[in-house]
Design a binder for this molecule. Structure first.
Ligand code: SAM
Length: 265
């Protein structure tokens, strides 16, 4: 599957996704994934940043609120429109652009840092996105990204629970089977039943890669790995939001920070 087909799927998802994410139904993102990501982010105040696959812009706004001058790009026009409308309503100085992460429309060395929240595993040629990101970063700049965990969120992940809903295990299959746009259909699980019933499920093309594929792509690009993190809910959050308790047993997300080497002085 190529970028045009991926864009068509995301464009079809974008309206409901935006409405549901803004209603707070993307619980994994809001209660776990983004807070953990931001907790590990180096200081970005005053820096020039690029958010790749920004969606409707929720995380881009958080980066701007932390003091960065942000540009957000996404392949789906409806996401960009919603992000721009939010910017017009509450200006944070963010520039949004329709663009493909595999062909970034920016000059070499344009950004101090880049982020990609849960978007790289949705792109067919992750090596190209990494190469493009490397190109638009200044020497010494970093990319921090989150992806579905390659080991525990394979094309088949099933949460096994006992009769009291306690998580017993995570069942994983097909780790070694790379996928080329295999469609996963789902809705935000935290949405109320009547909302779920009233919308078409999202259709998300997946491009699963193994952990060693990811590390080898990063190393081949010339980026240096400086941080990895596998967020898990703490016991208190799991009690308050039992929906997220599968991540007590095995992580759903993987975070990495990689850096473009600066020339030796
Ligand atoms: C799971 S959503 C994450 C959105 C947002 N970063 C967030 O955390 O809420 C993945 C995003 O990647 C975007 N995307 C997929 N392929 C892309 C590509 N080749 N270039 C740019 N964006 C892309 C999708 O349109 C979608 O907005």
């Amino acid at each position: 599957m190529e970028a045009n087909d991926v864009a068509a799927c995301w464009e079809a998802n974008a309206e409901t996704w935006t409405r549901h994410a803004r209603a707070g139904y993307d619980l994994y993102r809001d209660a776990q994934n983004t807070p953990a990501f931001l907790a590990n982010l180096p200081g970005i105040a005053g820096l020039e940043g690029l958010d790749i696959g920004c969606g409707e812009g929720s995380n881009t706004r958080k980066l701007a609120e932390a003091g960065a001058r942000m540009t957000g790009i996404d392949i789906a026009p409806t996401f960009i429109r919603h992000a721009q409308e939010a910017e017009a309503e509450t200006p944070l100085g963010i520039a949004y652009r329709l663009a493909d992460g595999m062909a970034l429309p920016f000059g070499d060395g344009s950004f101090d840092f880049a982020t990609a929240f849960m978007s790289l595993m949705d792109m067919p040629h992750q090596d190209k996105v990494l190469a493009e990101t490397m190109r638009v970063l200044k020497p010494g700049g970093f990319l921090q990204f989150s992806i579905l965990h390659p080991c525990f969120a394979t094309p088949h992940r099933k949460v096994v629970r006992d009769e009291n809903r306690k998580v017993l295990a995570i069942e994983v299959r097909d780790y070694f089977r790379p996928t080329d746009g295999e469609i996963e259909s789902w809705r935000f699980g935290a949405a109320p039943e009547h909302e779920k019933a009233s919308v078409e499920p999202f259709r998300v093309p997946r491009f699963h890669r193994t952990l060693s594929d990811w590390v080898n792509m990063i190393v081949a690009t010339g980026l240096a790995i400086e941080m990895m993190h596998e967020p898990s809910v703490d016991a208190e959050t799991a009690r308050a939001l039992p929906y997220l308790d599968d991540t007590l047993v095995a992580p759903l997300f993987l975070h990495m920070r990689v850096r473009k080497p600066a020339p030796a002085v």
